[in-house]
Design a protein around this ligand. Structure first.
Ligand code: DQA
Length: 143
């Protein structure tokens, strides 16, 4: 099965308790299970990770680039200001889909900017946890 990384940035470990009106009631464990099950259906071996640490996330992106591993990435708040993350994504050697649970374009002004979108293969936002399912399908279709 083809490996895929599902990488998650800061505060996403707190799904379920974090602003449930925005991010829903499901937990990070639920999200991880959903991604692994979806991957199994699509013939992908999905590895789900989360960190609050920008350096760790950059390191995982280097690992994916070196291994030619596709990535589904929710950069969380880093989306809006991390040029370090942007530069790491620019080194990608396989498809990378930016995902968001909410629709940042429909929220506060500072969320309207993504400094990573231009170096991602594409972006899926606003479909709740289903954004990850759609992104995994896109990765599977990309071959
Ligand atoms: C988010 C949207 C970001 O603006 C926010 O900082 C997050 C989560 C989302 O999945 O909707 O932490 O990436």
């Amino acid at each position: 099965m083809r490996p895929v990384y599902v990488l998650n940035g800061p505060n996403l470990s707190r799904l379920g308790t974090r602003e449930p009106d925005v991010y829903g009631a499901e937990t990070f464990a639920d999200l991880a299970e959903l991604c692994r099950n979806t991957g199994r259906e699509l013939g992908l071996s999905v590895e789900v990770r989360q960190t609050d640490d920008e350096a760790e996330l950059v390191g995982w992106l280097h690992e994916a680039a070196d291994g030619r591993i596709p990535v589904v990435l929710n950069p969380a708040a880093f989306t809006h200001y991390s040029y370090a993350l942007r530069d790491a994504i620019a080194q990608r050697t396989a498809p990378l889909v930016e995902v968001h649970i909410s629709n940042p374009a429909a929220r506060e002004e500072f969320r309207h900017t993504s400094v990573v979108a231009a170096v991602a293969t594409g972006t899926i936002a606003g479909f709740g946890l289903n954004s990850y399912v759609l992104a995994l399908r896109a990765v599977a279709d990309a071959g």
